[in-house]
Design a protein around this ligand. Structure first.
Ligand code: AHR
Length: 510
């Protein structure tokens, strides 16, 4: 009975909101924050076919490559403008011993990837391969250090190996082919230390963090930005204890939030879901806003000056693996529903950059909510990839506040989500970009955009939509989801009327 009432309410609200929607864009608002490019961060773990097959095929592969990196992937990622890449995990990071991944490949030891399917890892992708990849992508490296099963000395020496100009570690690096140090800003001190990273209590982890942070040094002008391993989802006590005990010793604290309907039992398929499940997933994704707000409130209480940043360094959808694939490899397809999750989430992140300084979607290729899927020498750009490409105009742009009189949708499981989401920013050239998400599956929405001062001329648009929210891009087929030029807008004096198709994402540039 309750479910029926909620469903009716959801439908009613969506219908009621289908009238003209007023959107005010305050492009002249002053003192607005810059949206850090790092909100568009990525994550690559030694998990399934993310690193091997996805990124690295080796220089001798028949698959076209640039010194071992897939050429098609590199070219697609260069278009995305990846600002930061987190590596080597994830859970893998706390079992990773970096010295196994340097030097001649034939001498590198094998290990079992205990977290992810028991796959044998040959360490052929290690520190040099990662840092060279970051140079190729022109992105900031973000290392996750091994706290769970490693030692303070091991992590301290890794930092020295990467960043010092002289000394034994630097000589070792030079002998392995890299004379110049790399620069390293982001250093994660452990990952999910409450779980796969050591099953610690926050009090114990805080003490351990102090030790690691003490010995991970700044060498030769390289300044580390140290990130404490933060909470998952609704674990507010973890953030509280860390802020209390090590708030003055960390630059950032992480947070993980996955769009998943439950950790035990089936998570639901990535493909072939019904409309109820569509709304449940998108509504679960937007619940991240409440989670961010609650962690921020704790941080504000301990750190009103905003010295410590919040980094959502894992987020995205998590469904059942594709049938027939290794359950430990987390390979899932990606539909228009994932695109909605990505766009609605990014719109939320833009609103919280006073504290939220980075977000890393999990993961970059072949794992969870990936940008790219690969099969042999084929590559597929997912609907999520297209959102990240359409949205990269917001990187390092100044946030522009918007006012929207949107309605609400109540999902079948009782979660509430907006039936429209809008974000805007102004780039360095003064160009205004407005991104609009209409998550309603069966209703286009007509919006009237008004501005502080702008007379909307020279408007260009792009839209990401598909036949259904279940649509996805598959190997050997024409893409079912790809951005197209958008022209369904009309100038009315100083306002712009925009007709946003059902279940679509529209980007406008002024
Ligand atoms: O992204 C997959 C896994 O999810 C990561 O390894 C871990 O940190 C999280 O639980």
């Amino acid at each position: 009975m309750k479910k029926i009432t909620l469903l009716l309410l959801g439908v009613c609200v969506a219908v009621c909101a289908s009238a003209q929607v007023q959107v005010k864009i305050h492009e002249e608002a002053e003192n607005q924050p810059v949206i850090p490019a790092e909100i568009y961060g990525q994550f690559a773990e030694h998990l399934g076919r993310c690193i091997y097959d996805g990124i690295w095929v080796g220089p001798d592969s028949d698959i076209p490559n640039i010194n071992g990196y897939r050429k098609d992937l590199i070219e697609a990622l260069q278009v995305l403008k990846v600002p930061v890449l987190r590596w080597p995990g994830g859970c893998f990071a706390d079992e990773y011993h970096w010295m196994d991944g340097i030097g001649p490949k034939e001498n590198r030891p094998m290990m079992i990837n205990n977290n992810w399917g028991g796959t044998v890892e040959d360490n052929s992708f290690g520190t040099h391969e990662f840092f060279n990849l970051c140079e190729l992508l022109d992105c900031e490296p973000y290392l996750s250090g091994n706290v769970g099963s490693g030692t303070v000395e091991e992590l301290a020496k890794w930092v020295e190996y990467i960043t010092a100009e002289g000394g034994t570690m630097a000589e070792m690096r030079a002998a392995n082919g890299r004379k110049e140090p790399w620069s390293l800003k982001y250093l994660g001190v452990g990952n999910e230390s409450w779980g796969c990273g050591g099953n610690m209590r926050p009090e114990f982890y805080s003490d351990l963090y102090r030790r690691y942070a003490t010995y991970c040094r700044n060498f030769d002008g390289n300044i580390l930005y140290k990130v404490a391993s933060g909470a998952s989802d609704y674990d507010y006590n973890w953030t509280k204890v860390l802020m209390d005990r090590i708030g003055n010793q960390m630059h950032g604290v992480s947070l993980h939030y996955y769009t998943v309907t439950g950790w035990t039992g089936p998570k639901g398929p990535a493909l072939g879901f019904d409309t109820d499940s569509y709304y449940d997933i998108v509504a679960k994704a937007v619940e991240v806003e409440e989670v961010i707000e609650n962690h921020k409130a704790i941080m504000n209480a301990y750190d009103p000056e905003g010295r410590v940043d919040l980094l959502l360094d894992e987020w995205g959808t998590w469904f059942d693996v594709e049938p027939g694939t290794n359950p430990g490899h987390l390979y899932q397809q990606n539909t228009m529903r994932d695109a909605m999750v990505a766009a609605m989430s990014l719109n939320i992140f833009h609103r919280h950059t006073d504290r939220l300084k980075m977000a890393n979607i999990a993961q970059i290729v072949n794992v969870l909510q990936a940008m790219i899927l690969t099969k042999g020498d084929e590559i597929v750009l997912t609907p999520t990839y297209h959102v990240f490409r359409m949205y990269n105009v917001h990187q390092d742009a100044t946030y522009v506040p918007t006012e929207v009189n949107a309605g609400n949708i109540v999902s079948p499981s009782g979660r509430i989500m907006p039936d429209l989401s809008v974000t805007a920013s102004k780039d360095a050239e003064g160009k205004l970009h407005v991104s609009i998400v209409n998550p309603v599956v069966d209703k286009e929405q007509t919006l009237t955009l008004s501005f502080d001062d702008l007379n909307p001329k020279n408007v260009t648009g792009e839209v990401l939509a598909a036949e259904t929210v279940q649509s996805y891009n598959d190997f050997g087929k024409e893409p079912a989801v790809a951005p197209e030029a958008f022209t369904a807008f009309k100038k009315n004096g100083k306002t712009l009327t925009v007709t946003v198709p059902a279940a679509s994402i529209v980007s406008l540039a002024f």
